[in-house]
Design a protein around this ligand. Structure first.
Ligand code: ADP
Length: 505
């Protein structure tokens, strides 16, 4: 089967008009600085574009501000209809999106076809429905003399900054709740991977969402990103990326009093109790650690395995890791594609190289001979809990396994990093599972699985993993502001409470 046969297009031709999408039109960035889009599987430059400069950011924010009253004033039904059409356009272009995402990220086409793209279509359909379900919670005569009710209103022009690991899904997670709630948006994708964000914005226009509602500025983080976050006409920033950049974004947003939503790094624990289904845990760990070549902030990175199962678990994972087929993302047999870039591959190799001095590399730990940014699935044991490979986000196909004895110890180790995005507990005992779900400090705890996400449920972190939720009705609410409206019901000119201000008269 040749999965690459459908949806292939010439990137240079398709984006000949430029890699900025402002006010419903593709245009060329004005920074004067070109940036390549490199296929990480081959190292080839497949496209080069001029990065957005501050002037492009200003133009995109102006387009979003201009489109805001019309879009915010559309009925929920009108927004919902347009977004349903948007889902239809995306579904019709599924093969093109899968191709472009695989090309720029190096993801196996199997993954983009079965996960990234259908997930995005489903998110779009979900938020099309959710657009009609925004409501203020209360209406009532709480004071006795007034009727109060709550309006949920759009925040305004939203800015979003997204990373390179899931460019299409991240664009969807930021754009969809924002526009469903009546906001307009300027999205800045990562420099390495702008293509599917641009295609996503184009599809919105094609579906009849007015020009200016969804804009994309493909620019550098420091230049375009900081200008966008600090822009006085932007009311809110949502960001997914590293904790270090999130801190910088938060500083700028705080300085200009913006609403902020941060989805930062993770270091997800994978806790296997001694009564777990070993085969399920081994398969779950391999899939959870290697999805998207480990470049997933919820990826299973630290497996804690209770002593009786430890040796068998390590052997099982090592066996599966050795059989993983690393290679061409467009080959239907490929399990694991390259890292997103050679720089990211070298970063991962650096973590593993340093770990060799204090831990054991059981499988992998090297790159196959190839011009692509590949790295083999890597299993590490014998690392101390406070070591770099256990504590830091590697963002590559690397799983560390550590043993534990008591349940108390396993749960304490699971919580022992600054992060708190996701975790899983593996057990057949409902009480152990219940305890793990209560005590693990993370925005998501899976039981007997690791990774699945769904449009209806929130995704977001605890602690250094940030705050704010993507997907679900929770994210929709975050892109609104709550207004209390209070009507006097008495028609009395001299109200009794006035005497607290000017008594007697
Ligand atoms: P990654 O390591 O995954 O690239 P980053 O946090 O560095 O994660 O990047 C995520 C996004 O943040 C990218 O779109 C990048 O361009 C942007 N970015 C990087 N630095 C800044 C910054 N100083 N201000 C705003 N955005 C930034």
């Amino acid at each position: 089967m040749d999965l690459s046969a459908n949806g292939v297009f010439d990137v240079r031709e398709r984006f000949a008009a430029g890699a900025q999408y402002i006010d419903g039109t593709l245009c060329v960035g004005t920074s004067g600085r070109p940036h390549p889009v490199v296929a990480p599987a081959t190292g080839e430059t497949v496209y080069s574009y001029d990065l957005a400069g501050p002037g492009d950011v200003d133009a995109a924010v102006a387009a979003a501000a201009w489109a805001l009253p019309g879009w915010a004033g559309a009925t929920p039904g009108e927004r919902s209809d347009a977004m349903h059409r948007f889902a239809g356009v995306l579904a019709g272009r599924a093969a093109e999106f899968a191709y472009a995402e695989s090309l720029q990220c190096g993801k196996p086409l199997r993954l983009t076809t079965e996960f990234d793209v259908p997930g995005t279509v489903d998110n779009t359909a979900f938020f099309a429905g959710a657009a009609r379900h925004l409501e203020g919670r209360a209406a009532g005569e709480y004071s006795g003399d007034h009727t109060s009710y709550v309006r949920r209103e759009p925040v305004g022009v939203v800015s979003s900054i997204t990373p390179w690991n899931y460019p299409l899904q991240m664009a969807a997670w930021k754009v969809l709740p924002a526009i469903a709630a009546g906001n307009t948006i300027v999205l800045k994708p990562a420099e390495l991977t702008p293509l599917t964000s641009l295609m996503f914005a184009e599809a919105a226009t094609e579906a009849g969402i007015p020009a200016g509602v969804v804009n994309v500025v493909a620019g550098a983080g420091k230049e375009a990103g900081e200008h966008l976050v600090g822009h006085p006409d932007v009311a809110m920033t949502s960001f997914t990326g590293s904790t270090a950049v999130g801190r910088r974004v938060a500083e700028i947003a705080t300085g200009t009093v913006k609403r902020l939503h941060l989805e930062l790094g993770g270091k997800a624990p994978f806790v296997v109790f001694d009564d777990a289904d070993l085969e399920a845990a081994v398969h779950g760990a391999v899939a959870g650690a290697l999805i998207n070549t480990g470049q997933d902030c919820t990826a299973a990175t630290r497996a804690y395995v209770q002593r009786p199962l430890y040796d068998a678990f390590v052997a099982g994972v090592a066996d599966l890791f050795s059989g993983i087929r690393v290679g061409d993302p467009f080959d239907a047999d490929t399990d694991l594609g390259p890292l997103v870039s050679h720089a990211q591959r070298d970063r991962v190799a650096g973590f593993v190289g340093r770990a060799r001095s204090y831990a054991t590399v059981v499988t992998g730990g090297d790159a196959p001979a190839s011009p692509g940014a590949f790295y083999r699935p890597t299993l590490v044991t014998g690392a101390a809990q406070d070591s770099e490979i256990v504590q830091s986000e590697v963002f590559g196909p690397v799983l560390v396994v550590l043993p534990f004895d008591s349940d108390d110890e396993g749960l304490a180790l699971a919580n022992d990093t600054p992060y708190g995005l996701a975790a899983s507990a593996w057990t057949r005992d409902v009480f152990r599972a219940g305890r793990a779900t209560r005590e693990i400090k993370a925005g998501c705890v899976w039981v007997n699985d690791h990774i699945p996400i769904i449009s209806e449920m929130p995704h977001g972190g605890y602690r250094a993993s940030g705050y704010g939720k993507d997907m679900s009705a929770y994210s929709l609410e975050e892109y609104t502001q709550v207004k209390h409206v209070m009507y006097d019901n008495t028609a009395v000119a001299r109200k009794s409470w006035h005497r607290t201000v000017f008594g007697g008269r």
